[in-house]
Design a protein around this ligand. Structure first.
Ligand SMILES: Cc1cc2nc3c(=O)[nH]c(=O)nc-3n(C[C@H](O)[C@H](O)[C@H](O)COP(=O)(O)OP(=O)(O)OC[C@H]3O[C@@H](n4cnc5c(N)ncnc54)[C@H](O)[C@@H]3O)c2cc1C
Length: 375
C-alpha cells in the first residue's frame, strides 16, 4: 500500500457518471455511509467529452435515473447539454457526496474489505462499486500512425463540430451510431466519406409514431438477461444503428467504403483495394475498458471482469453500468436503475451480515453515520 488511510466508509463508489449517481441514490435512501470518487473536475464528464450536436438515441421518456424524471417533452430526443444539466442537477437534488478531482489509482483487498488509493491518500471501505463506465479509453487503430502530419486526425472524443476539422475531403472511420452521426454533420459543409468495418443492423428511431425503445420495453426485450436465449442472440448483434442507415447516409451525399486497412501519407486504403486521399480523419472506432488499476483477482485471462449481474467473486466488490452487465439496458440512462437497485440490495444485505458479526464479536462497534441520505 502506498498512501495512508485517511477515511473509512461503508461503501466507496468509483465513478460519478449516471451509474455512480444511480447507485448513490439507492445508498442514500438506505442511509448507508458512502462516498463517490470522481476523477473529473466537473460532473457528467463523459457526456461533456461528446460532440456538440449529439442528440440522444433514447427519447426523454427513457432517460430518467431513479427518483427524478428527465424534464420536458418525453417524446423528444434530448441534447448532450441537457444530459449534462440533468446529471448535474440530479447529484444536487439528492445531495449526493460526489468528490470531484479524485481519480482512484488502485483498489486492493484489505482484511475483509478494500483499500481505495488516490494520489495523496487512501480510503478504507467495506464494499466498493466500480462505476467507471463502459466507454473509457478512446481506441484508434495502429494505421493512424502511418498518416502524414498534414492530415488532421482525431478520435471522436476530440471532435466537437465541423469547425474542428479542416476544409476539404474528410473520412470518418467507424460504422456505428457515432460514425454515422458525425459523417452526416460533416457532409453539410464538405465532401464526407465513411468507412464501415462491419455492418450494423439499422433500426428506425420511431415506428408508427412511437420510439423504438417503447417496443423494446413493451416486448420485454430491453430487460432480457444475458443468460436468456433471446438475450444471447441480441448480445451477438448488440451493435445496432439507431436512426441512421447506409441508405440515409448516401442521401446526405456521403460516400461509403469498406474497412480502412492501411494508410500512407494522406492516403487511406480500404479492404477492397481502393484508396482515398484525405485532409482529415475522424476515428469513430470506439473504446477499450481499462481495469488494470483494480488489483483484485476478478478478471479472466482476457482481462474481462468476471461477475454475475455486477457481483464479483470477491465479496463486497461490484461493477455497475457495464455493457450487457445484465441486460441490453444495463449501460443506458433509463435502465441502469435496475442494476443499481439490485447491487444496492446486495450491499445492504452484506452490511447487515457484517453488523450482525460485529455486534456479536465487538459489541462496542457501530456502523458509521449515513451521508447524503436526503432522498
Ligand atoms: C456517443 C455516445 C452516445 C450515447 N447515447 C446514449 C443515449 O442516447 N441514451 C442512452 O441511454 N445511453 C447512451 N450512451 C450510453 C451510456 O448512457 C453512456 O456511455 C454513459 O455515459 C454511461 O454512463 P456510466 O456512468 O456508466 O459511465 P460514464 O458516463 O463514462 O461515467 C464514468 C465516470 O467514471 C469516472 N472515472 C473513470 N475512471 C475513474 C477512476 N479511476 N477514478 C475515479 N473516477 C473515474 C469518469 O471520469 C466518468 O465520469 C451513449 C454513449 C456514447 C459513447
Amino acid at each position: 500500500m502506498t498512501s495512508t488511510i485517511t477515511k473509512h466508509h461503508d461503501v466507496v463508489v468509483v465513478g460519478g457518471g449516471q451509474a455512480g449517481l444511480a447507485i448513490g441514490y439507492q445508498l442514500a435512501k438506505q442511509g448507508t455511509d458512502f462516498t463517490i470518487l470522481e476523477a473529473a473536475a466537473e460532473p457528467a464528464a463523459a457526456w461533456r467529452e461528446r460532440w456538440d450536436s449529439l442528440k440522444l438515441f433514447t427519447s426523454a421518456r427513457y432517460d430518467s435515473l431513479p427518483g427524478m424524471e428527465f424534464p420536458g417533452d418525453p417524446d423528444r430526443y434530448p441534447t448532450r447539454d441537457e444530459v449534462v444539466d440533468y446529471l448535474t442537477g440530479y447529484a444536487r437534488e439528492f445531495d449526493l457526496p460526489v468528490e470531484l478531482n479524485n481519480r482512484v489509482r488502485a483498489v486492493r483487498r484489505l482484511n475483509d474489505g478494500y483499500v481505495v488509493e488516490l494520489d495523496d491518500r487512501a480510503y478504507e471501505a467495506r464494499q466498493v462499486v466500480i462505476a467507471t463506465g463502459p466507454f473509457q479509453t478512446p481506441f484508434v487503430p495502429p494505421i493512424a500512425e502511418e498518416l502524414g502530419d498534414d492530415v488532421v486526425q482525431m478520435h471522436s472524443t476530440g471532435y466537437r463540430s465541423p469547425v474542428s476539422v479542416p476544409d476539404g475531403r474528410v473520412l470518418v472511420v467507424g460504422g456505428g451510431n457515432t460514425g454515422f452521426q458525425i459523417a452526416e454533420e460533416l457532409s453539410a459543409s464538405r465532401e464526407a466519406h465513411l468507412a464501415i468495418g462491419s455492418r450494423q443492423t439499422p433500426l428506425p428511431q420511431r415506428v408508427l409514431g412511437r420510439d423504438l425503445f417503447w417496443y423494446l420495453d413493451a416486448m420485454g426485450l430491453i430487460r432480457k438477461t444475458t443468460a436468456s436465449r433471446i438475450g444471447k442472440l441480441m448480445r451477438k448483434r448488440e451493435d445496432t444503428l439507431i436512426g441512421s442507415s447506409p441508405r440515409g447516409a448516401r442521401r446526405h451525399g456521403i460516400e461509403l467504403h469498406g474497412r480502412a486497412v492501411g494508410a500512407a501519407g494522406s492516403t487511406i486504403g480500404f479492404a477492397d483495394g481502393t484508396d482515398l486521399d484525405v485532409r482529415g480523419v475522424i476515428w469513430a472506432t470506439g473504446f477499450r475498458v481499462d481495469h488494470s488499476w483494480i488489483d483484485v483477482p476478478v478478471f479472466d485471462e482476457g482481462g474481462r471482469a468476471v461477475h454475475e449481474r455486477g457481483v464479483t467473486r470477491s465479496p463486497g466488490l461490484y461493477f455497475l453500468g457495464q455493457l450487457w452487465q445484465h441486460t441490453r439496458g444495463s449501460a443506458l440512462l433509463g435502465w441502469v436503475k435496475d442494476d443499481a437497485a439490485y447491487i444496492a440490495e446486495r450491499i445492504e444485505r452484506r452490511a447487515g451480515e457484517h453488523d450482525e458479526h460485529d455486534s456479536r464479536s465487538f459489541p462496542h462497534r457501530r456502523r458509521g453515520p449515513a451521508r447524503g441520505a436526503r432522498a
